[in-house]
Design a protein around this ligand. Structure first.
Ligand code: C5P
Length: 224
């Protein structure tokens, strides 16, 4: 499950939009997984739709951030969905991570480090004293301690994370088109793979506008 996957972030509440995303991205030479986050899984028909998906790599980006007991019961509550990946914020704390790992079974438990939409200035604003880099390194150590299956960080931090965390490294904050939107710590897909990312998360650069054309642009970019 480690090598060169792209998780397409299915961020929408519209079933027809998600069907379109799956249709136009599944028959490519790239190994694709589908990431469903807070928006889709909280939408009226989202959970049911995901429960019926067959033969797809499914990534539930629930970003659990709670006390150990609640994290554990949430994992138990989504077991029927048969997802392959599930996210939990590393800042939930080591006890929560360990407790979650104990019950996650065959689900790959993914620790989310500092969000790719944050920079040093914003971290300070929240009350953190460390820089993004220092905090990500610190959290990579926690992820290792909790024996998590994967970690999420920005592509800019992969090299330093790799020195500590030996399992799968997944990077959002990917841009092959000019617009950064709300993301701060971004790189291109090629740069991310070059730095050592195993899997990328790409949302709007694929799903906004002409999906077919976007996929072609991505493949051309990767083949350059
Ligand atoms: O559209 P874009 O490519 O920016 O989407 C990135 C996706 O990755 C979103 O679904 C976002 O929730 C998720 N994500 C992120 N940064 C993290 C963790 C997850 O952008 N640190």
């Amino acid at each position: 499950m480690k090598k060169n996957k792209i998780f397409v972030a299915c961020d929408s509440t519209s079933i027809s939009k998600i069907k379109k995303i799956i249709k136009y991205t599944s028959n490519t030479k790239i190994k694709i997984g589908y990431k469903f986050g807070l928006e889709f899984l909280n939408s009226k028909h989202g959970r049911n739709f995901v429960s019926k998906l067959k033969k797809k790599i499914i990534f539930a980006d629930l970003k659990l951030h709670d006390i150990p007991n609640t994290c554990v019961s949430t994992i138990k509550a989504i077991k029927d969905l048969k997802v392959n990946y599930l996210t939990i914020h590393i800042s939930s704390g080591l006890q929560a991570l360990k407790a979650a790992k104990k019950v996650s079974g065959s689900i790959r438990l993914v620790g989310v480090s500092v969000l790719t939409s944050l920079d040093n200035k914003e971290l300070k604003e929240i009350g953190f004293r460390n820089s993004v880099k220092k905090l990500v390194v610190h959290q990579a150590r926690l992820a290792k301690k909790a024996k998590l299956d994967a970690i999420v960080c920005s592509p800019q931090e992969v090299k330093i994370v790799k020195k500590i965390f030996k399992n799968e490294i997944i990077t959002p904050g990917i841009r092959f088109k000019s617009k950064n939107n709300d993301q701060k710590r971004v790189l291109t897909p090629k740069e991310a793979y070059k730095n050592g990312s195993h899997s990328l998360v790409i949302g709007r650069n694929i799903t906004k506008g002409d999906i077919k054309k976007n996929v072609k642009t991505l493949i051309d970019h990767l083949n350059q």
